[in-house]
Ligand binder design. Structure first.
Ligand code: NAG
Length: 342
């Protein structure tokens, strides 16, 4: 090689590019993690943030504005934080804009200068349901508040697949009548500002109800071949099919291009016999990480990559016994991974 300063420079530059590409593929920098706190043996928030840094996590979702966690996140601007409004606060907040302003002043304002809060989620899976009608008023008040102050925070809600009355095949995706009443107005509101709806998508649950007819490879995104042909769209994995069923259901409500972010997905590593082993959980979650990192979309939305959060950082021993306690990637006591993922 002719070693002019210029070629040396280009050589070094290509090394840097290679190293950073390698980092992108291994550290899963686009995948977020849910950080649940329903355990009595969890590490301190600052140890958890050190763990996130060590594995390259730049997006974290917490379920309520926990002061210990938010204080520990101060100064870590590279970590984008999604903060939930507690379900039990919705009734008071939906009744008064002043209450919403007070909530914001107490729970968000103190962190604005040194925590990178990117999303506030109003209610966790409360639509469809009794609290469902309380979501839109709070989303509206918070949206007005952040807009009037020019804050780069997106206001949205988190919903589950329970909104779908029909989901198979994906093109048959339709909301239930309660979802049409409660969710559609929220989706239309979010559309005005192109703010993503956050959706929890767990292929594990339908698989666990019918492990005979649903192939494991399809459920854990291990199949390369098309398993479900839906008109012109071919599905090799259940995650894409569930995602697209929701997209189809939104379209039928006249909501066409609203971005969708996966607020939770995951697979338990124990609690339900041979359906829940560390190996299977590692396969599902690993394939989700690959999906996100690949930048590839779903069959219905091939041009927009999948963005989302794995559930969850730790096994949480104060959740209901069984699989619910075993969605964690890490053991809370020694912070060791339950299986190799990152
Ligand atoms: C805040 O977090 C988001 C999402 O992870 C990220 O895109 C953005 O770069 C972060 N902001 C800063 C100042 O690092």
């Amino acid at each position: 090689m002719h070693c002019s300063p210029k070629t040396v420079f280009l050589f070094l530059l290509s090394c840097i590019v290679l190293i950073s590409n390698y980092g992108l593929l291994t550290a899963a920098s686009n995948v977020g993690l849910n950080y649940g706190l329903l355990g009595d043996n969890l590490p301190t928030p600052s140890n958890v943030i050190n763990l996130y840094k060590s594995i390259g996590i730049t997006k974290v979702r917490i379920f309520d504005p926990n002061t210990d966690v938010l204080n520990a996140l101060r100064g870590h601007h590279d970590i984008g934080v999604t903060v939930g409004v507690k379900d039990q606060d919705l009734a008071a907040l939906s009744a008064s804009e002043e209450a919403v302003n007070g909530w914001f002043a107490t729970n968000i304002e103190p962190y604005l200068t040194d925590v990178n809060i990117t999303f506030i989620t109003v209610g966790n899976e409360v639509i469809p349901g009794q609290l469902g009608p309380q979501v839109l008023p709070v989303v509206t008040s918070l949206t007005n508040l952040v807009k009037s102050r020019n804050l780069p925070i997106s206001i949205t809600t988190v919903v589950s697949m329970a909104n779908l009355g029909q989901s198979y095949p994906p093109s048959a995706g339709t909301f239930t009548s309660q979802a049409r009443e409660q969710l559609t107005p929220v989706l239309k509101f979010l559309s005005q500002t192109n703010t993503p709806i956050l959706v929890n998508i767990y292929p594990y649950f339908p698989y666990a109800t019918d492990p005979v007819d649903i192939h494991l490879d399809y459920a854990v995104s291990k199949s390369e071949a098309v398993v479900v042909q839906d008109g012109p769209l071919g599905y090799s994995n259940m995650f894409d099919a569930m995602f697209d069923a929701f997209v189809w259901a939104m379209e039928k409500e006249g909501v066409k291009d609203l971005p969708m972010v996966v607020s939770e997905t995951g697979w338990p590593s124990a609690g339900n016999g041979e359906l829940t082993t560390p190996d299977i959980a590692a396969t599902y979650n690993g394939n989700f990480v690959k999906h996100v990192v690949s930048g590839k979309g779903t069959p219905k939305r091939p041009n927009s990559g999948v963005d989302g959060f794995l559930f969850a950082t730790f096994n949480e021993n104060q959740k209901p016994p069984g699989t619910e306690q075993n969605f964690g990637l890490y053991n809370p006591v020694d912070m060791k991974p339950i299986y190799k993922l990152f």
